[in-house]
Design a protein around this ligand. Sequence first.
Ligand code: GCB
Length: 650
Amino acid sequence: MGPGQACTWTALGPLLWGCALALQGGMLYPRESPSRERKELDGLWSFRADFSDNRRQGFEQQWYRRPLRESGPTLDMPVPSSFNDVGQDARLRSFVGWVWYEREAALPQRWSQDLDTRVVLRIGSAHYYAIVWVNGVHVAEHEGGHLPFEADISKLVQSGPLSSCRITIAINNTLTPHTLPPGTIQYKTDTSKYPKGYFVQDIKFDFFNYAGLHRPVLLYTTPTAYIDDITVTTGMDQDTGLVNYQVFVQGSEHFQLEVCLRDEEGKVVAEGTGGRGQLQVPSANLWWPYLMHEHPAYLYSLEVKLTAQTAAGPASDFYTLPVGIRTVAVTESQFLINGKPFYFHGVNKHEDADIRGKGFDWSLLMKDFNLLRWLGANSFRTSHYPYAEEVMQLCDRYGIVVIDECPGVGIVLPESFGNVSLQHHLEVMEELVRRDKNHPAVVMWSVANEPASSLKPAGYYFKTVIAHTKTLDPSRPVTFVTNSNYAADLGVPYVDVICVNSYYSWYHDYGHLEVIQLQLATQFDTWYRAYQKPVIQSEYGAETIAGFHQDPPLMFSEEYQKSLLEQYHSVLDQKRKEYVVGELIWNFADFMTNQTPARVLGNKKGIFTRQRQPKSAAFLLRERYWKLANETRYHRSVVKSQCLGNSLFP
Ligand code: GCB
């Protein structure tokens, strides 16, 4: 399929998406093993934005056919990173349309010569729509900026005497009413005010639409007969852990599978054969959240070995998957992990930082996890899109519980509730579940944030998305996030847990902290009375400029943020004894948004600055979270054992 056929380009530029993706195969994270190799392609890529009026020059001149530098001037662009904030060109910061990335990759000789090797190109995230060529040949297309996609490029790299391959990726960040998240292009046609052809991208969500190759790009190999996917669900029978596994194989009809589960010491605790089965682990170590057990986040290793008959003879493939044994359940008023009540005391995050925008960065990731643990946070929501796979792996390893959200944010236009959008939303949920289903840290799916779900089609729309998600994964509850103002929310009846955002004394009754307690108590009682489901305060907070001080507290000062939080906490302390099962602050850190008069260099509701330095509220929250952890019966000794060096528990 050529680029012209893939999508419909309006005369003036941005895209109307018409391409439905058929989901094929698994999306196992590429791990090295005796049968698999990886080659990272991070670093500097050649880059060129297509500034032509219709943004189509790159396709008209087929920039993918030759080295990009031969098409015109290119920039050096780091990968992973957003392209927006790296340079000094204001036009690039707000660019809407196609940008082109290119890089040559030198291949180990055996990859191109050994015909029993399968070579795969994997792109962790390309925001928003991507088309990929290798040596000028179209190999993949993908819609959606927060989930990985792959192309099997073996035939291409094995078809001639090649020692390298040229990878070209064209990426379009245009959002339409049918993308997730949605957006619209507004054409400004008044020539007394705007130059000819002028347009801007309008979005209804509150974070900057960063774009580019945001996550690692890599090549990896498998044998031609290979382990394509593994699905694991876990349970408990008394103190025996149950690990149900299913393994999918591609490339051979004649094969054997052996699986073995090892504990953290490397000891084999259970073994099995065949494509599906149940492993039983006597006296299992459960995967517990951070601060809930003296040994949280216990991970076993599921080793899968495939032995297949291929035309060239027998071949083996090995893949090792970390497995946490845990259960999740929801009652009328509780969220249970391993049968014990779990209270979410955590944060909402964004993938966002200076210069790199949404680009993945190990140092930033470790800093964030160190801050989360310093704070005593046991959970976060991936507001408002799936985060990098490496983030999810760290959550598994550190016991940070995740509400895993899809990019269904800013869905407010009536067109965004039609069949085209619905179909795409279902596909995104499939991609998300396929990617994250095996993470013990993920305890709930969130299908959207604050959609305009009082609009008539919203009831059917969300009923369908939630039901579909439950079919994809019957092992986890499903939610979507509403707002306290949306009394007529047509989606809420279908969720398992009610997640509600509210901004009392911020977007309403500005400056009047004294009304928070009454309004918040009313909010909780109203939602609980209507549905008898556990409730999470999924967002609350106040805009705060670090270093602004006012006593008595005034809006935007650190004191106001602290006082607002304290008012919320006193109601949360009453209601968590009844049916409130969590509180997630908005937001972990300040983050970039579109420029508007209501935002001062972005959203400043972070308890940390964008550079990850604490505001006063961070210390308040830290004290609260450690106390919450300490109060719970099961946690007491645990918190003591994990608080070495924590002055709150000397
Ligand atoms: C919300 C949204 C979040 C915004 C936040 C705010 O309700 O879910 O995306 O950033 O409010 O600060 O206005």
